[in-house]
Design a protein around this ligand. Structure first.
Ligand SMILES: [Zn+2]
Length: 220
């Protein structure tokens, strides 16, 4: 799951308007922002297995710290705690806990049974990734609906704001399409080579902050 998480980030901005878009983007993708760091540190492992699923050749061998159900809840609570400390807004902090946990729920729908509940076994996943078409339709549908929902409440008054917002949408969609339909990595690609480019996802947090700065809420 990739753009589907950002769909949640956009919807969360309307659900919790006191959080910035950068905050909701960080929350919805927190597990995937942590994951490449853990792979590079050798704590979690990933490999390429072209027979894994139709959508992705990635074999998430071991990633309980970033992606077990229990840890997803803990990361959510940690995120919500810091949000509450910095803003004093407990209701929005609680909503951020849910947004962080939503990542696990969406991954549960798409991944094959590779998501640990606790640490090792049992591992769960509904396996939407076994169908490339099903995955793309589901995620692109979520993302499109979220953009419409977000823009009902947010106006992009200047050319710059439109460019900043729509370039992000196009960039995320392009990455997604390359992942789905582009060339697959070789079987022997080391995990670090898979994880390192994923660090670029931090960029979208800053991009969201930029959108927030030049957009205007319609309810203000
Ligand atoms: Zn994930």
């Amino acid at each position: 799951m990739f753009i589907g998480h950002y769909a949640v980030g956009l919807v969360a901005k309307r659900w919790a308007p006191k959080a910035s878009l950068a905050t909701t983007f960080m929350a919805c993708q927190l597990l995937d922002l942590i994951w490449p760091v853990l792979v590079l540190l050798g704590i979690e492992t990933v490999a390429v297995d072209r027979s894994a699923t139709e959508f992705t050749p990635l074999d998430f061998i071991h990633y309980p710290v970033s992606h077990s159900m229990v840890m997803a809840l803990i990361w959510g609570l940690v995120f919500g705690f810091f949000f509450s400390v910095f803003t004093g807004d407990r209701l929005t902090a609680l909503k951020m806990v849910a947004v962080v946990f939503s990542h696990w729920v969406l991954d549960f729908i798409t991944h094959r049974p590779d998501l640990p509940l606790l640490w090792f076994e049992p591992k769960v996943g509904l396996g939407l990734w076994y169908s490339k078409l099903g995955t793309v339709v589901f995620e692109a549908g979520l993302f499109t609906a979220a953009i419409v929902f977000y823009l009902k409440e947010t106006s992009l008054p200047t050319l710059k704001s439109k460019l900043v917002f729509w370039s992000l949408v196009i960039f995320l969609s392009a990455i997604y399409m390359v992942n789905a339909f582009g060339p697959q990595p070789a079987e022997e690609t080391p995990g670090a080579m898979i994880a390192a480019p994923a660090l670029a996802m931090w960029l979208f947090v800053f991009w969201a902050a930029w959108i927030e700065r030049c957009s205007v809420s319609k309810s203000r």
